[in-house]
Design a protein around this ligand. Structure first.
Ligand SMILES: [Zn+2]
Length: 377
């Protein structure tokens, strides 16, 4: 079995988004503290993340855009014209230490993760997966598109058939745009339908890519209230079809935790057990890949879900109960959005949620028939 590595850093504690932003919460630093507290990681398994170099950032982004991000970070202000031109400094994409320093650290860490994978490790960068950023424009809380830069890195290492698989509750518009006309990268995403969710204009089934060969782009837009059974049904069917027409040499998996029920920014209702099963299903189908984080706006739900993923990657049995020191780490999180009306005490007691399975709705079965026809057309 491959040895496991988690690429992270406690530096993210001080590289946060600004007040009131959904990403102001602790994420990677919380995960690291939690894993330490419940004794599920060794020092050897931790790899300190490094920032991306300019050369790496330019594998995808325009120089002027990156230089503007650096300038905005330096002054912690919005450079003249940057808001209109680069979408920097809005409520959605605010100037903060997370904007460039945090994103650059996450991007360097994604490249480290791919390097570790190529060296024979199984590696996970929970800070990665910022899938909305465009070549010259911030979008959806994302400034630097580390999945695209990771894919570009893999291409330069000689890979000619790369699958990008995105389990985040939101469509990966930045990644889709980057590879819409590129037959060497298949972009496959399950997400909330853009009819009711960000990014609204992209992520429809009809967007198939326009490369010279088949359309190597697959969007599966899903209805509100998605349960574990439905998510796994859709993933298994779709992945069967995709793998049939595109056998990848390597794949990059985005593991945003916002499909979980507790997440305040999505309408899906997965348990972390369903989320873990989805991860297992992907590994069963495709073997090991390059694992990145993604969205996730409930700090406790996120830390628990990625802990389960990490246990699987590192070959550990996940404990049932959260020990007192782990509980303390979770209880110490300051977050004004803990919902007082719902009893979420289970999140502090047990690592796994109760399963949230159910019927597969007819509309989802119909959708999968369409997906099948489309993939093979
Ligand atoms: Zn998301």
């Amino acid at each position: 079995m491959r040895e496991a590595r988690l690429v992270g850093s406690l530096k993210y504690r001080n590289l946060r988004y600004t007040k009131n932003h959904p990403l102001r919460i602790p994420r990677v630093s919380l995960l690291l503290e939690f894993l330490d507290a419940i004794d599920l990681i060794t020092e050897e398994e931790k790899v300190e993340g490094r920032p991306a170099t300019m050369e790496e950032l330019l594998l995808f982004h325009d120089r002027e855009y990156i230089e503007t991000l650096i300038e905005a970070d330096r002054c912690q202000c919005v450079p003249k014209g940057a808001r209109e031109r680069f979408n920097i400094g809005s409520y959605e994409n605010p100037v903060s230490p997370a904007m460039f320093r945090g994103s650059s650290l996450a991007t360097g860490s994604s490249i480290q993760t791919a390097e570790l994978f190529l060296e024979g490790y199984t590696a996970f960068n929970p800070a990665g997966g910022m899938h909305h950023a465009f070549r010259d424009r911030a979008n959806g809380f994302c400034f630097i598109n580390d999945p695209v830069i990771t894919i570009e890195f893999l291409k330069r290492r000689g890979f000619g058939k790369i699958l990008y698989l995105d389990l985040d509750a939101h469509h990966c518009d930045g990644v889709q745009d980057a590879y819409y006309e590129d037959d060497s990268v298949y972009v496959f995403s399950l997400h909330q339908s853009p009819e009711y969710s960000f990014p609204f204009k992209r992520g429809f089934l009809e967007e198939r890519g326009s490369g010279r060969g088949r359309g190597y782009n697959l969007n599966v837009p899903l209805p509100k209230g998605l349960n574990d059974t439905e998510f796994l049904f859709v993933l298994e069917k779709s992945l069967t079809y995709v793998r049939d027409v595109f056998d990848p040499e390597v794949y990059v998996l985005q593991l945003g935790t916002d499909p979980l029920l507790e997440d305040p920014l999505s309408k899906f209702e997965l348990s972390n057990v369903g989320f873990l099963e989805a991860f297992r299903l992907v590994r069963d189908f495709l073997g090991e890949g390059v694992y990145l984080g993604g969205g996730g706006y409930h700090p406790i739900a996120l830390a628990r879900a990625w802990t389960l993923i990490w246990c699987d990657i590192s070959g550990r049995e996940a404990p049932q109960k959260i020990n007192p020191s782990g509980r303390k780490v979770l209880k110490d999180v300051e977050w004004e959005e803990f919902d007082d009306d719902v009893d979420r005490s289970y999140m502090f007691e047990l690592l796994k949620d109760p399963p949230r399975g159910g019927e597969v709705r007819e509309e989802i079965k119909d959708l999968i028939s369409k997906v099948k026809a489309l993939v093979y057309s």
